[in-house]
Design a protein around this ligand. Structure first.
Ligand SMILES: Cc1ncc(COP(=O)(O)O)c(C=O)c1O
Length: 460
């Protein structure tokens, strides 16, 4: 092949490659129900196929796609598969994927109003939709980020600024033993050394009395309680902490209330979700991941602050080489509200897919997750030897087979090698158990019935 020093393909070549890529995506989606749930290869096996030295010379991209299709991509798990019930599935939608392709193809810069005014305006619109889903006031706002981990970090760093003037000496944060690990990591990043992990109750919700005792004890010891991190849908069991009581407590104690709704907050758009999330509108900051329960392609998270100005006060830095950027006060610069300057046009996928399908379709798709978890719980209750550890809650159900000689983690391994369906295990109050997360609206009752049947065969 001729060298291509300008890194350019002809329009015909681009179309041929692009259509081939689209065909790969459509084939992937269209054949999901009858395809394996994916596979995990050994590091050695993947190293062996990928470790050729990088050539100085060009190759045919179609041959490279063949290689990817046959040797590489089958070694990923398909988080969008209707029988992928592990961790938090990623049941994205095709429109969202196409929007990502468009944003990448046009290489839109979404850091400043000058660089991408349309992108910045669309982000404002979309973030405002998310704000309204959660019932936060119109003064609230935020930005799109890569996902829940960065959303938690972005919010907690801003909270530190607002509450502590960035001085973390003797400052204390409170969370439950069910809080996602990204929160502990975020607190470590912002230099917070005192973290109180409050034991959760029988329903995996933070215990208010224990929390209040811890705050008062810390005050007595001249420490500086500053923030409570509430769960708006835990990863383990879907538990939602008592948000109204926590909001009352934070108001009385002058504490910041952050809610990690990376998994659960999007459920506020449907009736069962909004019931479970009562009080969500009272938080000071919130993480919500559209790449989880709003069916967007990875990466798409959102951080919302009740007072969006706090984000700008903390994150805005104005170097001389951006002097042409900060002109009109009404122009919003996404880079002033988080840690990224060069940012992807993430709002496009939300805008295009929410507009294409309409909010009602999204509401039904989220509500379907609740229905499927109820169905799964019922099937499990009718499965001999099965014990429900945590009943269906925010589309998650946990269970075990107490008499089984096979441990949950072995069930996981066997399910992976069968590749019909996939789920993962966790540890809840001293018990190892299995966990199903049913947020994929394309999962059928038959998928769940057969998956549970196979699990019960493995545990016998
Ligand atoms: C409750 C919760 N918080 C935070 C996160 C981290 O989100 P991400 O993986 O998008 O960074 C997750 C991920 O599953 C989660 O379930």
């Amino acid at each position: 092949m001729q060298p291509r020093h300008s890194l350019q393909l002809s329009p015909e070549e681009m179309r041929r490659l692009g259509y081939r890529v689209i065909d790969m995506i459509v084939d992937h989606i269209a054949t999901l129900p009858q395809s394996p749930v994916g596979a995990k290869a050994s590091p050695q096996a993947l190293h062996d196929v990928l470790s050729q030295p990088l050539s100085d010379h060009p190759a045919d991209p179609h041959e490279l796609l063949d290689f990817l299709q046959h040797e590489i991509l089958p070694n990923n798990l398909k988080v969008d598969h209707p029988r992928f019930f592990a961790f938090v599935p990623g049941p994205n939608n095709f429109v969202s994927a196409m929007a990502d392709a468009l944003a990448a193809g046009l290489n839109v810069f979404n850091g400043t109003w000058l660089g991408g005014s349309a992108a910045a305006a669309m982000e404002l619109t979309v973030v405002d939709w998310l704000r309204s889903f959660c019932g936060l006031p119109e003064t609230a706002g935020g930005v799109l980020v890569s996902g829940g981990s960065v959303a938690n970090l972005t919010a907690l760093a801003a909270a530190r600024h607002a509450m502590l003037g960035d001085d973390t000496t003797d400052a204390v944060a409170y969370l439950s033993d069910q809080t996602h690990s990204s929160v502990a990591r975020a607190l470590r990043v912002i230099g917070l050394h005192h973290i109180r992990t409050i034991e959760s109750d029988a329903n995996y919700r933070i215990q208010l009395d224990t929390l209040a005792d811890a705050v008062h004890r810390d005050r007595t010891n001249n420490l500086r309680p500053f923030c409570i991190i509430a769960n708006a849908g835990t990863t383990n069991t879907g538990a939602v902490d008592p948000l109204p009581a926590l909001a009352d407590f934070c108001a009385a104690e002058n504490l910041w209330l952050h809610a990690d709704g990376a998994y659960g907050a999007a459920a506020a758009i449907c009736e069962p979700g909004s019931r479970a999330l009562t009080g969500l509108h009272r938080v000071d900051s919130l993480s919500l991941d559209p790449h989880k329960w709003l069916f967007q392609s990875i990466e798409c998270g959102c951080v919302l602050l009740r007072d969006r100005e706090i984000l700008r006060r903390f994150y805005r830095v104005m170097p001389e080489y951006l002097r042409d950027v900060h002109k009109g006060a009404e122009e919003l610069h996404p880079c002033d509200h988080g840690i990224q300057l060069t940012r992807a046009f993430r709002s496009l996928k939300l805008w295009l897919s929410l507009r294409t399908f309409g909010l009602d379709a999204f509401r039904h798709a989220v509500a379907r997750g609740f229905t499927l978890a109820d169905f799964a719980e019922n099937e499990l209750r009718n499965t001999p030897g099965c014990r429900i550890i945590s009943p269906a809650n925010m589309a998650i159900v946990c269970f075990d087979f107490p008499q089984s000689p096979i441990r949950p983690s072995e069930v996981v391994d066997k399910m992976l090698s069968e590749s019909y369906a996939f789920l993962t295990s966790t540890h809840l109050k001293g018990a190892d158990c299995l966990r199903l997360c049913t947020i994929n609206p394309r999962t059928t009752e038959a998928d769940l019935r057969e998956t549970i049947h196979r699990i019960s065969l493995l545990t016998n």
